[in-house]
Structures are given as structure tokens and as C-alpha cells.
Write a protein that binds this ligand. Structure first.
Ligand SMILES: Nc1nc2c(ncn2[C@@H]2O[C@H](COP(=O)(O)OP(=O)(O)OP(=O)(O)O)[C@@H](O)[C@H]2O)c(=O)[nH]1
Ligand SMILES: [Mg+2]
Length: 367
């Protein structure tokens, strides 16, 4: 699963990227310089169930689910002049599963402001307009193509095209009214058609308020105020001390925790944001315990046992016989697999079984 980090220039995207992925921070977090490739980093999702499974199975290794975050190269556009989302950034973003939108709240005279003042709501809508504009280009292009095709088309092919034209007109007019695709209503058939396009405003999105260390105290009021005035129902809002957390990412967990509580931060917001980004896309985890390793696997909700097995290895999918499945809660109650078997709550499931979040599965297969 992959998440793109977006936001206006100098909002703190790269700092947030390092805070989330714990990568080594480069000393040169410099103002917009162009021509750099996007960086990709990995964050592990701290699923508390894995600690419990570790207690039960005493494995030699625990493998957490992970998320890849992409930090775009700084925008090549001059400050506040025109589009932030262009060329390479756009092609990277079109392939990600979800977005984190970093919004500047921190106050620091040494970091230039695009529009002269700190105003998170304004910045949120500036960035959203850019996304809508970029989607409008996709819609326009498709509409143009449909019009061209309609000229030479036979009668029986016409209906489908006209339907599609109506769909894209609806999208265009929605975007013109600043409605993101994620808030528009589509039929199942339309949704299927739209999977062929990579609309930015159709992607799930988390708004991340990047606050300064001196703003921790007022953060709940700030979040409430933004929630009250922000018109998007589908987008969640969280906050993070981007720069501070980037520095903590270089320390050990205990030491980081000490600094956090000294700062008045009641919870580990990095972990929280990673978990929330995992929940943005409808993903679930199932677990395997094989040769001393407890391992989490990430799948879309609704995935069958057959496809889940294929996620581990294509041989497992090809030679699939069945899965031995026990629900996480059931296993925890019994305390061990043999005990669960004795109680008869380990199920044998076929290839069409829909895997549930937290299932512990042993696949049986032919090679
Ligand atoms: N005081 C303070 N400075 C911050 C904070 N977050 C980021 N900065 C500073 O703001 C500047 C820009 O941060 P970056 O993380 O590089 O921002 P960016 O959005 O990646 O910038 P571009 O990629 O150039 O668009 C850097 O000098 C950071 O140190 C913060 O929470 N507090
Ligand atoms: Mg950057």
C-alpha cells in the first residue's frame, strides 16, 4: 500500500515524511529546489494484536504490515505562482492508494510563507483547488475524446458513449463546483468505469496539520475549529509536530517517549497517523505463523482465501487445498492453537472463504 504526501511548498511535507518513515533526515531540507526525484520510505503499522500473538507463539521474528510513503520533490514552480501539482509529481501521485495533505500551522519567521500569513483553512482549499483543477484536465480530455469518437460511431455503439459522456459531464460540473470525486455519487457501473482513470480527488485523504512545538497545548481547539469550518465530511483531520517528530525518529523509542511527554503529547501521533493511513484504504490484515515467524499480510476487505494465499506465494494459490482458520479473538481466548483445535473453533475453509480481519490462517497446498 502506498501513500503520497502532498501540500503547498514549505508546509513541512519532507519533515512529516521523515517523521513517519523514520529515515535518516538529510541535513538539506532546503526551500524548493527542483529536479529531485521523489523519495520513498516505509513505515511499519504497529498493530497491537501482533504483540499478543508474539506472547502466544514466542516467534523468532514478527513481521508488521507496512505502508510506503512517497515524498515528492519540491515543486519547481516559483512560490505561490501557479500549480504545485505538475508533471512528474502528478504521474507519481496518480498511482498511490491514498494521500496525506500536509498543511502548515507552525509559525517560524525563517520559513517563507506563500501567501504571507498562516491560514490553514485557506491553504487546504488552495491545495484542493489544485487537485480539482488537475482532475478537470482528465475529465476534459475524456470528454473531447468521446466527442471525437461520437462523430464516426455506429448507432448501436452510440448509447454507451452517450452514457459515458453524461458521466464525465457530471464529474466536470461537480469539480467546477469544488466537489471532489470522493463526495460524488456513482452507480456501480460508473465506479467500475472510473477505475480506469486516476483522479486525485477520488483518493482517500488525511489532512495533517503540521504544528509547531509551541502549539501542542492549543491543538484540540485548533482541530475543532478546523472541523467546524471545513466542509469535507470524508476527509479526516489529524495533527503532528512534523519537525519535532522528525528529530525524535532518530532516537530510540523510550527516549522519544520521554521527549513526547515532556512536550505534553499524550499519545504517539506518528503511530496513530500510520494506523489512520492504513485505515484510509479498506485494508485488513491476516496473520500466518510459519517457521517461527509471526507475519501480518495486508489484503483488501472482501479478498478470498485463494487470493490471500496467492499474496504469500503463487504456488500456494495454484495448489490451494484449504485454509485452517481461527479468528484472532477466539485464539486469544483459548491461548494456543492446540487448545483452539480441542474446542473445535479452528475452521477448515475452502478457496471461496472471505478472509476476515485478524484471521490466523495456515494454508494447505500441493506443489
Ligand atoms: N519551526 C518549525 N519548522 C518546521 C516545522 N516543520 C517544518 N519546518 C521547517 O520548514 C521548512 C520546510 O520544511 P520541509 O519539510 O522541507 O517542507 P516541504 O513541504 O517538504 O518543502 P518543499 O518540499 O520545499 O515544498 C524546513 O526548514 C523545516 O525545518 C515545524 O513544525 N516547526
Ligand atoms: Mg520537501
Amino acid at each position: 500500500m502506498e501513500i503520497g504526501i502532498i501540500g503547498l511548498p514549505q508546509s513541512g511535507k519532507t519533515s512529516v515524511f521523515y517523521a513517519l518513515t523514520g529515515g535518516k533526515a538529510t541535513p538539506a531540507l532546503r526551500p524548493s529546489a527542483s529536479g529531485q526525484a521523489p523519495s520513498v520510505g516505509v513505515a511499519k503499522v504497529n498493530d497491537p494484536r501482533l504483540a499478543v500473538l508474539e506472547g502466544i507463539f514466542k516467534p523468532t521474528k514478527v513481521v508488521f504490515p507496512d505502508i510506503r510513503y512517497t515524498d515528492l520533490a519540491p515543486s519547481s514552480q516559483e512560490f505561490g505562482k501557479g500549480l504545485v501539482l505538475g508533471g512528474q509529481s502528478l504521474s507519481v501521485l496518480s498511482t498511490v492508494d491514498a494521500l496525506i495533505h500536509v498543511v502548515r500551522v507552525f509559525d517560524d519567521a525563517t520559513v517563507p510563507l506563500i501567501e504571507g500569513t498562516i491560514n490553514p483553512l485557506r491553504d487546504i482549499s488552495t491545495m484542493e483547488l489544485e487537485m480539482e483543477f488537475s482532475d478537470m484536465i482528465i475529465a476534459d480530455r475524456r470528454l473531447q475524446k468521446i466527442e471525437d469518437t461520437l462523430k464516426g460511431v455506429r448507432a448501436h455503439e452510440k448509447d454507451l458513449l452517450l452514457q459515458e459522456q453524461e458521466l464525465f459531464r457530471k464529474i466536470k460540473s461537480g469539480l467546477e463546483n469544488e466537489v471532489p470525486l470522493i463526495e460524488m455519487e456513482f452507480s456501480a457501473e460508473e465506479t467500475k468505469n472510473l477505475e480506469n482513470y486516476q483522479f486525485l480527488t477520488a483518493k482517500p485523504l488525511l489532512v495533517l496539520l503540521n504544528i509547531g512545538e509551541n502549539q501542542v497545548k492549543g491543538v484540540s481547539e485548533l482541530e475543532e475549529r478546523i472541523y467546524a469550518e471545513y466542509r469535507r465530511q470524508k476527509y479526516k483531520i489529524v495533527s503532528l509536530c512534523g519537525k519535532f517528530e522528525m528529530e525524535l525518529a532518530q532516537l530510540g523509542e523510550d527516549e522519544a517517549e520521554e521527549f513526547r511527554s515532556a512536550m505534553g503529547l499524550v499519545e504517539n501521533n506518528v503511530d496513530k497517523i500510520v494506523r489512520l493511513s492504513y485505515e484510509l484504504v479498506d485494508l485488513i490484515s491476516f496473520f500466518t505463523i510459519v517457521s517461527g515467524e509471526v507475519k501480518a499480510w495486508t489484503i483488501k476487505r472482501g479478498t478470498t482465501a485463494l487470493k490471500a494465499a496467492g499474496k504469500i506465494h503463487s504456488d500456494m494459490e495454484q495448489g490451494f487445498i484449504r485454509g485452517e482458520v481461527v479468528a484472532y479473538d477466539d485464539l486469544v481466548q483459548c491461548g494456543s492453537i492446540p487448545e483452539a483445535k480441542k474446542k473445535g473453533i479452528v475452521r477448515l475453509e475452502g478457496k471461496n472463504y472471505v478472509v476476515q480481519d485478524g484471521d490466523i490462517i495456515t494454508f494447505l497446498f500441493n506443489v
